[in-house]
Design a protein around this ligand. Structure first.
Ligand SMILES: Cc1cc2nc3c(=O)[nH]c(=O)nc-3n(C[C@H](O)[C@H](O)[C@H](O)COP(=O)(O)OP(=O)(O)OC[C@H]3O[C@@H](n4cnc5c(N)ncnc54)[C@H](O)[C@@H]3O)c2cc1C
Ligand SMILES: *[C@@H]1O[C@H](CO)[C@@H](O)[C@H](O)[C@H]1NC(C)=O
Ligand SMILES: *[C@@H]1O[C@H](CO)[C@@H](O)[C@H](O)[C@H]1NC(C)=O
Ligand SMILES: *[C@@H]1O[C@H](CO)[C@@H](O)[C@H](O)[C@H]1NC(C)=O
Ligand SMILES: *[C@@H]1O[C@H](CO)[C@@H](O)[C@H](O)[C@H]1NC(C)=O
Ligand SMILES: *[C@@H]1O[C@H](CO)[C@@H](O)[C@H](O)[C@H]1NC(C)=O
Ligand SMILES: *[C@@H]1O[C@H](CO)[C@@H](O)[C@H](O)[C@H]1NC(C)=O
Ligand SMILES: *[C@@H]1O[C@H](CO)[C@@H](O)[C@H](O)[C@H]1NC(C)=O
Ligand SMILES: *[C@@H]1O[C@H](CO)[C@@H](O)[C@H](O)[C@H]1NC(C)=O
Ligand SMILES: *[C@@H]1O[C@H](CO)[C@@H](O)[C@H](O)[C@H]1NC(C)=O
Length: 543
């Protein structure tokens, strides 16, 4: 017997529940359950899409950010585009009763499509319409509903003030629901840390349908959802965040160097200095194959992309002192506002170069990334020149359309935050983070396999040069290659294979929190945090 109490309405609903009979009923029964759910504030019938509904495909597709999953045969039985907390509560209640797994989707950027692809009968709770942003400029805080994108957040802040910002990711279409719950880094990371380091409260609906805030969820759960991934613990409805000061003028640049331009020396120097630069400088290095200036030849191009929280007159001397090899010149730099720097950093992603046209940031579908596969690594000592040369050979592989490595520097405040402060354990000791990505436009399985194979080859090749035992990885760059759960009970040891890579020694505490707040492991997916006990693992025999 289980008890579902909704603190929103104050009603307690008791339902008889028997695990052994919890097989999937027809989607119709599930939908009927939603319709019968008491105390729904807005009618739920307007937000429920089954596969027979003519709008189902477009509702499903609109937030599929990785087209590799467009053709997936593992589609959810139902989509609920929640407009109200009670819609989520009803979905949690009815999916337990009728044997559906919940996939929560905010921005739909999950690298492995886990927010909308499931091999078991499932329902998407789509938070797309829960995206209100309420700013409190005076107190430098904001409530952000989980369906809002970071582009919407940045834009909304910029409409009210030029001197506050928020340290989250780069690409404007990323959803705050998934992004903040898995960490979230961008160009303010060295000064202010991750998005998850700047969360001060949250609203989450737990497995019993209770709407909880920081006070009522307790510090353990509040800790877990700031880096441990949200999907294992409930449905996050909103975040309260701390806004951070930014100067009215910031400086940006994007300069390229090729092998013919002594790039290797510059890369070597970058590895030595990028994590030691002034905290206000974020200088990322993106590596990819490019056409050489010598006709018909190829080269490796490094794009150095940077944001400095200050004006160009202060920036140039700082760069000349710490990193003269780059040869940065004033004419390479552009002074803009913080929101202008966000547009600048998104240029390649959204295909817009006008730094004043900030409204592009609220376009949820504006992206040039189609199909992709990504992976991640952390590095604690510079990669030697020989290591880089082998990498160039892999980047020259013309069997793939586009392969890129992004090197994001750590240091700054990241060195000052303890490993256990949040579940995100990758802090001091790392000099940079690598993001591997292959993207392609050509359709078909063979093409997809070829590109995925390439990322796996690069990852294997990099093993000697990156962190070991565990080989650290970033949960927001989800990678099912590093290990998955079973379709039933998964032991702590088995889950540790991937869990320790993402969370280091914090994995254990995440499992303990999970065991406490969702003992029957209802909120689950291929890489959800498992429970410690085998007892009562949900839907074990039917999934
Ligand atoms: C093009 C692109 C650019 C990116 N750029 C960056 C970057 O600059 N920095 C960075 O750190 N990361 C970046 N990421 C990674 C990104 O942070 C993660 O993919 C993140 O999880 C996406 O969140 P989402 O809400 O958009 O995705 P979704 O697919 O909706 O969700 C991702 C995961 O979180 C769960 N989840 C989502 N919403 C909720 C919720 N409300 N409650 C509970 N669980 C939830 C989902 O079930 C899923 O498991 C990028 C990804 C892409 C595709
Ligand atoms: C599809 O679902 C929506 C939302 O529940 C509903 O408004 C609409 O009438 C449905 N359309 C069809 C053809 O069933
Ligand atoms: C959604 O994507 C699938 C797979 O590509 C496609 O068959 C379908 O037509 C798309 N639907 C819409 C409405 O775009
Ligand atoms: C700022 O916070 C204080 C204390 O929490 C509160 O009393 C005040 O109303 C807040 N200001 C605004 C503008 O909301
Ligand atoms: C590359 O380095 C060599 C020797 O250090 C130097 O002579 C040459 O000018 C450099 N080339 C460029 C393009 O910086
Ligand atoms: C590189 O050159 C090839 C052929 O010369 C051309 O097809 C391709 O578009 C070029 N790539 C870029 C990025 O300019
Ligand atoms: C930097 O400039 C190069 C072209 O020189 C471009 O291909 C790349 O997308 C730019 N990078 C960013 C992050 O805008
Ligand atoms: C968002 O961007 C896409 C792609 O550039 C474009 O087709 C669409 O019209 C834009 N939507 C809005 C609302 O501007
Ligand atoms: C989806 O499937 C269709 C039909 O099998 C195929 O033509 C198309 O290339 C596939 N799309 C993708 C993105 O793989
Ligand atoms: C991908 O790699 C697998 C395993 O190494 C191999 O069997 C397969 O042929 C490769 N596929 C492609 C398209 O490269």
């Amino acid at each position: 017997m289980m008890c579902l109490s909704s603190c929103f309405t104050g009603v307690v609903i008791v339902l008889l529940f028997s695990f052994s009979s919890s097989s999937l009923d027809t989607p119709e029964k599930f939908v009927q359950c939603l319709y019968n759910y008491p105390h729904i504030t807005n009618p739920i019938s307007n937000v429920v899409y089954t596969q027979t509904n003519s709008s189902y495909s477009s509702v499903l597709n609109v937030s599929i950010q990785n087209h590799r999953f467009f053709n997936s045969s593992s589609k959810p039985q139902v989509i609920v585009t929640a407009l109200h907390v009670s819609h989520i509560q009803a979905t949690i209640f009815c999916s337990q009763r009728h044997g559906l797994q919940i996939r929560t989707r905010s921005g739909g950027h999950d690298y492995e499509g886990l927010s909308y692809v499931a091999e078991v009968p499932s329902v998407i709770v789509d938070l797309l319409y829960l995206r209100k942003i309420t700013l409190d400029i005076e107190n430098r805080s904001a409530w952000v509903q989980a369906g809002a994108t970071i582009g919407e957040l940045y834009y909304t802040i910029s409409q009210k003030t030029k001197t506050l910002g928020f340290p989250a990711g780069v690409c404007s279409t990323v959803g705050t629901g998934g992004h903040f719950s898995g960490g979230g880094y961008g160009f303010l990371m060295r000064k202010y840390g991750l998005a998850s380091d700047n969360i001060i409260d949250a609203h989450i609906i737990d497995v019993n349908g209770n709407l909880l805030d920081r006070n009522t969820m307790g510090e353990d759960l509040f800790w877990a959802i700031r880096g441990g991934g949200g999907a294992s613990f409930g449905v996050i409805v909103a975040w309260k965040i701390k806004l951070v000061p930014v100067p009215p003028t910031v400086t940006v640049f994007n300069v390229s160097r090729t092998l013919e331009e002594n790039e290797t020396d510059i890369i070597q120097k970058w590895q030595l200095v990028a994590n030691k630069l002034d905290k206000r400088i974020f200088l990322r290095m993106d590596l990819a194959r490019a056409n050489s200036s010598e006709h018909g030849k190829q080269t490796i191009q490094a794009n150095f992309v940077s944001v400095f929280l200050g004006g160009v007159e202060e920036f140039i001397p700082l760069m000349r002192k710490s990193f003269p090899e780059l040869g940065l010149d004033k004419k390479d730099c552009t002074e803009t506002s913080w929101i202008g720097s966000v547009v600048f950093m998104n240029a390649g992603f959204i295909g817009s170069r006008d730094l004043e046209a900030t409204e592009v940031l609220v376009n949820r579908t504006r992206t040039r990334v189609k199909n992709f596969k990504g992976k991640s690594d952390y590095v604690s000592k510079p990669i030697p020149v020989d290591g880089l040369r082998g990498l160039w050979r892999l980047l020259y592989d013309d069997g793939i359309e586009y392969g890129q490595l992004q090197f994001a520097p750590y240091g700054g405040i990241m060195d000052e935050i303890s490993e256990s402060q949040t579940p995100f354990s990758h802090r001091s000791g790392y000099i940079f983070h690598i993001h591997y990505i292959a993207t392609w436009l050509e359709e078909g399985d063979e093409t997809a396999q070829r590109h995925m194979n390439w990322t796996r080859r690069v990852y294997k090749y990099m093993e000697p040069y990156v962190s070991k035992s565990p080989r650290a990885a970033y949960v927001n760059y989800r990678d099912l290659d590093i290990g998955v759960n079973n379709n039933g009970y998964t032991s702590y040891d088995q889950a540790s294979i991937w869990g320790v890579k993402y969370f280091g020694s914090n994995f254990r505490r995440l499992v303990e929190v999970k065991t406490k707040v969702d003992p029957h492991n209802f909120f689950r997916n291929e890489q959800s945090i498992p429970t410690l006990s085998k007892e009562g693992n949900y839907n074990q025999e039917t999934i």
